[in-house]
Design a protein around this ligand. Structure first.
Ligand code: NDP
Length: 248
């Protein structure tokens, strides 16, 4: 059990693997009620069953973050189950790196749809509830790539820079409603994320980098715990963390 986390209702997108799954486990163990969203419904159903069997509170709902209706349904399900929504973690994302001259239009569209619109839709789905509650916490997931671009990462970095800007605009707009905003920018974390790379040579290079550098997803879960566990009058707006051995 942890201060300011026990009893909170937390919606998590991209909860079927990686950072989302680790954070669901971490927050549920600290006494939060978690609403899990992702497209791989078998995985989030299994996770919700496991958490409920262990005495935690969890629900799961098939959610594609490129559809606003899906986000509304996920948030509504949490509100129906537990009466309110305290936190949303807009975490779903993908990273299909490739040089621009390979013109991977489908990858570009999907990255923009999931990484930018998905975050925006999550914000849009919780705002009416949080405004009414005059309280809430919106946690968006950017990346070190939102701060630094490298060859091959232009589209991904642009989407993650957009998340930084959305978060700062949101921070200023929601002041009157007592809503807190945090944007978390992780460095390399060992998850399935590199599997979203469709170009074999790029995938091989990134996989090698992750094998040598990535840290465990619980690092992200602890960053979320830190931001959530502050007293209501403390708003942790940005967290950037990297593996100690990561240079850029
Ligand atoms: P994973 O690939 O393990 O997880 C990505 C999650 O996003 C999955 O649960 C996947 O669920 C979900 N997702 C993808 N597309 C959609 C969609 N259309 N609708 C709903 N959910 C979707 O990677 P990570 O855990 O690493 O990624 C989580 C976030 O962390 C991303 O935003 C990523 O950019 C960010 N990040 C990760 C870093 C890392 O090194 N791992 C570093 C910096 C940032 P499903 O396929 O079931 O829908």
């Amino acid at each position: 059990m942890s201060e300011n986390i026990t009893g909170k209702v937390v919606v998590i997108t991209g909860a079927s693997s990686g950072l989302g799954e680790a954070t669901a486990r971490h927050l549920a163990a600290l006494g939060a009620s978690v609403a899990l969203g992702a497209r791989r419904v078998d995985r989030i159903n299994a996770l919700a069953s496991e958490l409920n069997s262990a005495g935690a509170k969890a629900i799961a709902l098939e959610t594609d973050v490129t559809r606003f209706d899906d986000l509304e349904r996920l948030v509504d399900a949490a509100v129906q189950a537990w009466g309110r929504v305290d936190v949303i973690i807009n975490n779903a994302g993908l990273m299909p790196h490739s040089p621009l001259d390979r013109v991977k239009v489908e990858d570009w569209n999907q990255t923009i749809d999931v990484n930018i619109k998905g975050v925006l839709y999550g914000i849009g789905a919780v705002l009416p509830h949080m405004k009414k509650q005059m309280a809430g916490h919106i946690i968006n997931v950017s990346s070190v790539a939102g701060h630094k671009v490298r060859p091959g990462s232009a589209v991904y970095a642009a989407t993650k820079a957009a998340v930084l800007m959305l978060s700062e605009g949101l921070r200023q707009e929601v002041k009157p409603y007592g809503i807190r905003t945090t944007v978390v920018s992780p460095g390399a974390v060992a998850t399935d994320l590199p599997a979203s790379i469709t170009e074999p040579d790029v995938a091989a290079a990134i996989k090698d980098f992750y094998e040598h550098n990535a840290i465990a997803p619980e690092a992200f879960a602890r960053a979320v715990e830190f931001a959530m566990s502050q007293p209501a009058d403390v708003d942790v707006n940005e967290i950037i963390f990297r593996p100690t051995r990561q240079e850029f």
